[in-house]
Design a protein around this ligand. Structure first.
Ligand code: NDP
Length: 249
């Protein structure tokens, strides 16, 4: 029960890695807030999970591109749960387009969700956690924050930005009792991969020395570790959960 009595917010928590993280935190004794877009499965999932393991599971509408919605998410979570002890800054979208064909709109949308959104959520979390004098923020980066990949200019720029922003926030928040870390997943079997054709997917799988896609639960376990007191001397770093992808060939 590593998260007993703790309150956790997961953005993009209605699907994939985020939902698995919500479930693992609840299993470990936490209460949790699924923060996701209006119309997502978040409300249904929260109703299924509320009280199942003892803790509360709430759903809050939160589009991470909207500062007012992000700030309201934290205000309401504190009002209803009393504190916010851990945040998984997980909401994100993919995007594969040749760089000479990417429109301003597509580029800016990916940056606004995957980079600016991470900052908006981290800023709101810091304000609450500084008042508490404690907390753990985990930002979702990617293997593509560490290496490039053809046709993913906006995504790699955003994820690389998340890795370095995590270092800065980790340094800045440490004296106030707040830890900030990142997770860098390899390719994980979630709805995000639905857009990839089978040949591309098989090629990507071969780039993981472990030889398969990762599972959402495997990323959730890394989040749980970084969110918990077990990681009490870890800040500013990004933990790769990538089957060896970034270790080299
Ligand atoms: P999913 O698509 O399964 O989950 C992402 C969730 O975020 C969805 O519920 C999505 O809603 C939601 N979301 C999208 N835009 C916003 C927004 N503006 N505000 C709030 N929520 C939003 O993807 P994954 O679980 O795979 O991805 C989770 C994170 O992991 C992302 O940051 C992704 O970049 C990262 N990652 C994933 C990898 C993978 O291979 N799966 C590899 C490396 C990193 P909707 O479904 O409506 O879009």
């Amino acid at each position: 029960m590593r998260m007993q009595g703790k309150n956790v917010i997961v953005t993009g928590g209605a699907s994939g890695i985020g939902l698995a993280s919500i479930e693992r935190c609840l299993e470990e004794g936490a209460s949790a807030v699924i923060a996701d877009l209006e119309g997502s499965e978040g409300a249904v999932r929260a109703a299924e999970l509320d009280g199942k393991h003892g803790g509360r599971c709430l759903f809050k509408v939160c589009d991470v591109t909207d500062t007012a919605q992000v700030d309201r998410l934290f205000e309401e979570s504190v009002a209803e749960l009393g504190s916010v002890d851990a945040v998984f800054n997980n909401a994100g979208i993919g995007g594969i387009t040749p760089s000479d064909e990417v429109t301003d709109e597509e580029f800016l949308r990916i940056i606004d969700i995957n980079l600016n959104g991470v900052f908006r959520v981290a800023r709101a979390a810091l304000r609450v956690m500084y008042r508490q004098g404690s907390g753990s923020i985990v930002n979702c980066a990617s293997i593509l924050g560490m290496v490039g990949q053809s046709q993913t200019a906006a995504y790699t720029a955003a994820k690389g930005g998340v890795v370095n922003m995590t270092r800065t926030l980790g340094i800045e928040a440490a004296p106030k009792g707040v830890r900030v870390n990142g997770i860098g997943p390899g390719y994980i079997d979630t709805p995000l991969l639905a857009a990839l054709d089978e040949e591309l997917l098989q090629g990507l799988i071969r780039m993981h020395p472990i030889g398969r896609l990762g599972r959402s639960e495997e990323v959730a376990n890394a989040f749980l570790f970084l969110a918990s007191d077990e990681a009490s001397f870890i800040t500013g770093t990004t933990l790769m959960v990538d089957g060896g992808f970034t270790a080299g060939k």
